[in-house]
Design a binder for this molecule. Structure first.
Ligand code: PNW
Length: 450
């Protein structure tokens, strides 16, 4: 068995992680431009001022994508490049950059998937309260409309948000991503509500401006993986995935971030547990939020072993010495299989793996090539799981490898290399790794080699 004929084989990146050129051609500052220059925030003071210099080298990168044979490329649009103040004036030169990129992709037969928000919020909007401001959904919808007007004749696939769990949770609950604050629960829940409203309002704009548009949403999750296939363990894992923890730790909860968008309501358990801290939920809000995506994106890198414990579940420690990646994340080869199965079961919308991949400490060997056998094994085994989920009836629309090339890994700077292409940050030389060749072959035969 293979993947469906229309299966979307892709690779992904994001603006701040690869583009550089933070203030060129009229771009405004983003919260990451500011945050990464604050002392002590990012590993050894790294920042994205140059990153992969993709702003100037995008053509070379598109040629590599063509060689890789990907059907689709997922990139993100930098909001402050397009609207330096976040609202109002549009920076034509910024839009032109994305327009040239899109033309180049299409000329090489690669379908563009544009993410509207991969964390680089305009700094000017942050100063106006960012996602706490009740106008923030409207700001986002206006920005989405500008992008749609400029690119919608050629870009038909949009993803509204990448990993709201991270840009609200890690940024404002845990305080380790830009802008690095720790705010009270009622405020972070308000932000989350605004983000979901923004998803809905932007989706409406996109749908009215681009009739044949396909919209996605890309939250993330670490998937509870049952330790056996016994019914009680599978049930325990399913519960662990979707249940709100009684301690109110809400920011990684799958249902809180997805039920409103996919099903039109907040989950009952979350409403009960978070009751004292809930934002005002307007009469029409849930209708706006429930702009059901055409594909349900999910970024999955990891699993958590789980077993039944009475009527509940228990997390199980990974066995000593079990596989880990360079970023120190445990590896559970079945995470895509269970994740996709559970998510499709609950939401009934085709699932798109919008990110999956691994970091390793790659370097060019004496022979000049970059050998990354562990990444090949990681991809191979995760794709086997994905295919199994599809064979068992889950609708799987596609798979985007994270990442096309090594890039700026947020608070960890250039520590972690996630790419299929090695980047020498001193010379900007790109070297396709062994995994690049492997993925190319996999795409060529639509996964028959797995
Ligand atoms: C994602 N976690 O981030 C992002 O979408 C990418 O920009 C990033 O480079 C990639 O995954 C690799 O990290 C995540 O704590 C950040 O589970 C943190 C987590 C997951 C994903």
């Amino acid at each position: 068995m293979s993947f469906e004929k229309e299966f979307v084989w892709g690779a992904a990146t994001s603006s701040y992680q690869i583009e550089g050129a933070p203030f060129e051609d009229g771009k405004g500052a983003s919260i990451w431009d500011v945050y990464s220059h604050l002392p002590g925030k990012v590993f050894e003071g790294h920042h994205g001022d140059v990153a992969c210099d993709h702003y100037h080298r995008f053509h070379e990168d598109v040629l590599l994508m063509a060689r890789l044979g990907i059907k689709a490329y997922r990139f993100s649009i930098s909001w402050p490049r397009v609207m330096p103040m976040g609202t109002g004036n549009v920076n034509q030169k910024g839009l032109d950059f994305y327009s040239r990129l899109v033309d180049d992709l299409l000329a090489h037969g690669i379908t563009p998937y544009a993410t509207l928000y991969h964390w680089d919020q305009p700094y000017e909007l942050y100063k106006r309260g960012g996602w706490l401001n009740p106008d923030s959904p409207k700001w986002f919808a206006d920005y989405a409309a500008e992008v749609a007007r400029a690119l919608g004749d050629r870009v038909k696939h949009f993803i509204t948000f990448n990993e709201p769990q991270v840009f609200i949770g890690l940024a404002f609950v845990e305080g380790v991503h830009a802008p690095g604050l720790r705010l009270p629960v009622n405020e972070t829940l308000t932000m989350a509500h605004h983000v979901m409203l923004a998803h809905g309002m932007a989706s409406m704009e996109l749908r009215s401006l681009i009739p044949d548009v396909k919209i996605g949403y890309a939250p993330t999750s670490n998937v509870p993986v049952p330790v056996t296939r016994k019914t009680e363990d599978v049930e325990a894992a399913r519960k662990a995935y979707f249940t709100m923890p009684e301690n109110g730790d809400w920011s990684w909860n799958v249902s809180w971030w997805s039920d409103p968008v996919m099903l039109g309501q907040y989950p009952d358990d979350g409403l009960r547990i978070l009751e004292k801290n809930l934002p005002q939920i307007g009469q029409e809000d849930m209708k706006i939020i429930h702009q059901k995506p055409d594909f349900y994106g999910q970024n999955i890198y990891r699993g958590i072993p789980v077993k039944a414990d009475g009527h509940g579940w228990k997390e199980v420690l990974h066995k000593p010495g079990s596989p880990k990646t360079a970023i120190n994340w445990h590896v559970d080869f079945d995470c895509l299989y269970w994740g996709v199965k559970f998510l499709y079961e609950r939401y009934g919308t085709p699932v798109m793996i919008t990110e999956n991949g691994m970091s390793s400490h790659d370097w060019p060997s004496l022979d000049g090539a970059v050998h990354d056998p562990a990444r090949i094994d990681y991809l191979h085994r995760h794709l086997l799981g994905l295919r199994k989920a599809s064979e068992e009836g889950a609708s799987v629309a596609g798979y985007f490898q994270w990442s096309l090339m090594d890039n700026f890994e947020w608070a960890r700077g250039y520590n972690d290399r996630f790419g299929l292409i090695y980047v020498d940050y001193e010379t900007q030389e790109r070297i396709p790794k062994d995994s690049f060749e492997w993925y190319r072959n996999t795409i060529l035969c639509n996964g028959e080699n797995l």
